[in-house]
Structures are given as C-alpha cells and as structure tokens.
Design a protein around this ligand. Sequence first.
Ligand code: NAD
Ligand code: UD1
Length: 338
Amino acid sequence: MSILVTGGSGFIGSHTCVELLNSGYDTIILDNLCNSKSESVKRIKEITGKDVKFYECDIRDREGLDKIFAENSIEAVIHFAGLKCVPESISDPLSYYDNNIGGTVTLCQAMAAAGCKKIVFSSSATVYGSENPSPLKEDMPEGKTTNPYGTTKLYIERVLKDLYASDNEWSVCLLRYFNPIGAHKSGRIGEDPNGIPNNLVPYITQVAIGKLDHLNVNGNDYPTPDGTGVRDYIHVVDLALGHIKAVEKVLGETGCNTYNLGTGTGYSVLDVVNAFEKANNIKIKYEIAPRRPGDIATCYSDPSKAKEELGWVATRDLTEMCEDSWRWQSNNPRGYEE
Ligand code: NAD
Ligand code: UD1
C-alpha cells in the first residue's frame, strides 16, 4: 500500500516525502515539474536512503492518472500540486482555475474510479480572508479572498466538502497552512523560487547571499506592535510532520475535517529580519516601502484543534527556521541548479 504525493517534488511536498519515507510509508511522487526539479527527488532518496517512484504527470491528465492508479496500490493521496503565485494568479486567473480547481476535480474523479477515497489537501490561511480576527479558528466563517489563488483554495475546499457530503466513504483532511519557511536540516532540500521571490524569507535569504540588494518592507503603518505585517511562520518540517498525522487520520476513519497548521505565534516582518540577523550573524539591509496590495495586518493561527484531534504541535522556533533557511540557501546559492 502506497501514498501518492501530488506536487511531491515541490517545497512542502519534498519535505513531506522525507517524513513519509522516514515513517515507513511507500511513497509515490507525481509532479509535472512546472515549478520544481527532478533533482529534489534524487535528494529525497539521498536523505532517506529509500527509493521513491516518480511519475512526471499532470493532475489534469486523466489517462496518466488512471495508469498510475492501475500500476500501484494507492491507499491515500496527499495533494500538493497547484500553482501558488499570488500576482501571477491576478494576471492569469484562468490558468489558476484550470490547474488548481480543474486539476483537483480530475484527480478526485481518477481516485473515485480507482476506489481510493482518502485525500489530504493543501489549503491556506488565505481562506479566512481579511475580516476574521487572529487567532484564526477553523469554525470561523471563510472570508472574502482577495486574489484568484486564494479563491482556488476556497473553492477546492468546497469541492472536497461536497464530495464527502455526496459519499460518506470519503475521508478528507483540509490543512490550512500558515507561512511555511525553513528547510531540512541536511541543507539538501528547500524552497527554490523562480525569479525574484514574492515571499518574505526567500527574499531575505537572497539579500543575505548578495543576489538582491535589500529587502523592501511592505508597509510600517499597520496596526501591529512595530507597524509591519504579522504572520505565523511555521517550519516546513513541522508542517510535513502534520501531514503524517493527517494521513493517519484519513487512513483510520472517514469524515471531512479541517485543521490549521501553524504555531499560534505571530511575528512581524522586522521580528523576522532581526531573528535572521541574530541566528546567522548576517546584516540584512532593508528599506521601508509602501504596503503591498491585498496584504492584511495580522494573520496567525489557533492551532489547538490539530493538537487535540491529530496530536500534532509545531516544535521548531523562529531561530531554527532562520538557521535552516540560510543553510539551504548558502549551500545551494542557485537552488537545485548545480
Ligand atoms: P511548490 O510550487 O514548491 O510545489 C507545488 C508542486 O506542484 C510543484 O512541484 C509543481 O511542479 C507541481 N504542480 C503544479 N501544478 C501541477 C499540475 N497541474 N500537475 C502536476 N504537478 C503540478 O509549492 P509549495 O510551497 O510546496 O506548495 C504546495 C502546496 O501548498 C500548494 O498547493 C500551495 O498552494 C499550498 N500552500 C503553500 C503555501 C506556501 O507558503 N508555500 C501556503 C499555503 C498553501
Ligand atoms: C502570501 C500570499 C498567500 C500565500 C502565501 C504563500 C499574498 C497577499 N498572500 O502570504 O496567499 O498563501 O504567500 O505563498 O501575497 N513582505 C515584505 N517584503 C517582501 C515580502 C513580504 O515586507 O519582499 C511582508 C508582507 O507584507 C507580509 C509578510 O512579509 O507582511 C509575509 O509575506 P509573504 O511571505 O509574502 O506571505 P503572506 O503575505 O502571508
């Protein structure tokens, strides 16, 4: 029996595959490599000393999916595959709706046809929108999303909830991630963004390595302690371990459950800059810039439901996140391109 990991060569997927293999699960990766490299699969094998089957396949390719389900005995799917760039989703919404929503529908159709009805899905804190106050709890109403990327996450959650309502044999876990950063301790796998990073920590590591001149801090006039945006940063290995607990949940019982995966602590942009400087003894040049459209002041989780029902808590602190992000970036200045 195997676990199929869609998007398994990407940032969060690769770290989750390592933890799946370390926990003894046979693991199969499906990825179309639109935002990752097959080198990460090699490194997953290197870190774990275990073999992984890899299929270069698109989740919209029904024939390809049917073949994978026919060739393997797949018990559950962890579904990471999707496009995730917010500005790109605004300029090219159809690609996001097609890839993320269309792809998930095709994947679920192939799963149903193969009799595999257990899925763990990568959702996002973005579904809470801007109206809910932090700490965010799973029973709060979903908010208004501010970009097509966020809308795809909201709609996919609805698709999966409707699927469970139509057929109670399904077992669905919707995981709402807060802000994943950090990297595996080995420094061999990590986040490898294309072009100039949109997200804070990859931007900071590229300033640290000299690829970018300085960080633009997007606004210092938010109603937060130091005026800069507050987020719930979570180490990607803690996030990966949350998926192991979620897989155990979907393997063990049917149902449709939603969980926040966060630490429950908010840090500002300047807190992260200071923590990175201290952890790695590197100065990060920054300038205060205008607010980024669509950003909210504060977003952090109440992670107690995942603790109570999955037995999962994040244990790695911001210092460790900063050390591990930097180890990955400094050991791999050009990401997976040697
Ligand atoms: P990533 O881009 O590194 O990984 C996604 C992987 O999916 C990539 O390897 C890409 O090649 C693959 N992919 C995309 N479309 C595909 C398709 N049609 N068929 C097959 N493979 C496809 O991103 P990540 O940071 O690892 O994120 C994983 C998931 O978690 C995504 O769904 C993302 O939206 C979600 N998420 C990420 C964050 C974050 O901050 N990184 C936050 C919340 C949610
Ligand atoms: C962003 C996305 C979110 C997505 C997540 C993961 C937006 C509005 N939100 O979340 O939908 O799920 O990434 O891909 O894009 N910052 C700077 N300078 C920078 C970059 C960021 O000051 O160069 C600040 C931001 O204003 C924010 C914080 O750092 O306050 C974190 O930003 P980021 O890492 O992009 O994450 P989110 O905005 O939380």
